[in-house]
Design a protein around this ligand. Sequence first.
Ligand code: URA
Length: 191
Amino acid sequence: MFGVGNPRAAIMFVGEAPGFYEDQQGEPFVGAAGKLLNDLLQSAGLSRSDIYIANVIKCRPPNNRDPEQDEVETCKPFLMQQIAAIGPQLVCSLGNWATQTLLERKVGITKVRGQIFPLHDFVLFPLLHPAAALHQGNLLQPLREDFKKLKAYLDQHASPRSSAGNTTAASPRPLQVDTSSQQTQMDLFAS
Ligand code: URA
């Protein structure tokens, strides 16, 4: 399973691997975790049509087991090509696997969630994985807080109007996503 969404998205989400329903439908995040993700996106002023979603692992691991290192290594070049093709300014990694794969560091998601990591071609914003919050109810509130932080980041960096005067040389370039309107504008590549 490849990925789905807006091919001109300024924001891309990366999950772990397709589950049963994703595997059946050939689309990421269509099961219970996807429904929660839709709700969280809405809380951040985003919708599925604004973003692009892919997974690190392109096939469902048997019995939903954790991916193995060689599977990550095999699939990672496809993910990196997807990121290069979409060209998002912000990549939100969901959970440990996506975060560690993109940060190229073995670091726990609870240590890095909600923080900004300017990488070479994009800014990485790690978030807890929605499926983790479905399995462990006590993670739901922290996950909602992650998306509040994401909204705050988008509000600060989104529109050319709000970001023009307050960026510094070290700041990532402004995300041209206007989250102030009902329907988020993705004018990143508009001419
Ligand atoms: N979990 C993921 O990481 N990806 C999906 O597509 C669905 C559930």
